[in-house]
Ligand binder design. Sequence first.
Ligand code: ADP
Ligand code: MG
Length: 288
Amino acid sequence: MKLSIERLILPATPRPARWHGPTFSVENVRFSYGSTPVLKGITIEGIAPGKITATIGPNAAGKTTFFKCIAGLLKPEGMIRLDGTDIRDYSREEITQRVSYLPQESPVNAVLTVFEAVLLARKHTLSWRVSDEDLRSVTQVLEDLDIEDLSIRFLNELSGGQKQMVSIAQSLVRDPDVLLMDEPTSSLDLQRQLEVLDLIAHVTSERGIVTLISLHDLNLAARYAAQFVVMDHGAVYASGDADAVLTPQMLRDVYGVNATVVTNPDSILQITPIGSIRSKKSRVAAVP
Ligand SMILES: Nc1ncnc2c1ncn2[C@@H]1O[C@H](COP(=O)(O)OP(=O)(O)O)[C@@H](O)[C@H]1O
Ligand SMILES: [Mg+2]
């Protein structure tokens, strides 16, 4: 059965009547692994809630490290403010409750079924009592993602793509204010990629949350994200909407790729790579 947004009724925590979503900003964030600086002063002024923000950039740009800082797993210098308060001033429990982080590589726990794993993600550390609402939420998110048939399968029996779907279920079932997804569609087939991003876009706007997704497929990002943060060598090269950010110049500077960027009939930018600047250089260099 195909995933359908219309039947999405994933229950969310009731928000105040005049809820405008969380405010979220990043100011001069720096982080080093040992003596190697990896984040070199990341500043992002106010990420609008309700829309997907794509964090893009080549391998080793620092995207995963940045997400880990936001999730409170690494302790950077600088400020990461959620509703005006620095992330470090929240308790571990508050961060776990408010910020949901889907890691690039999900740990696999062989002794859990899919249903148990998603339930555990919802309960995190708050309370061990399982309510009817918890069970309903787990059932619903598995249905929304069209993986209810996996409920009683063990995690270690699943394909890479199925595991990734379970990880997505785990991050959505927690009903966070900030959703961080690190390459959530990297193992999914084309149909699943579209369905999952449709669902995430829907959840983001319905709940008015801040959603940051790191994506390698720039055309997928152009289709689903309203805002972009381009990272390069641990710094922000550019941020803004697709027109401002997805330019041939950025693709040359950051990705080392010559590409055309055109607006397709659906008003979505379409990037077509023509060739790698680096490989062209090395080919030239290789000529005796
Ligand atoms: N645990 C770690 N220890 C030391 N260096 C790391 C660690 N994790 C990542 N790095 C380095 O930090 C840089 C940024 O990595 P990462 O944040 O994973 O980038 P991205 O997600 O953009 O590919 C890379 O040079 C990587 O080798
Ligand atoms: Mg990464």
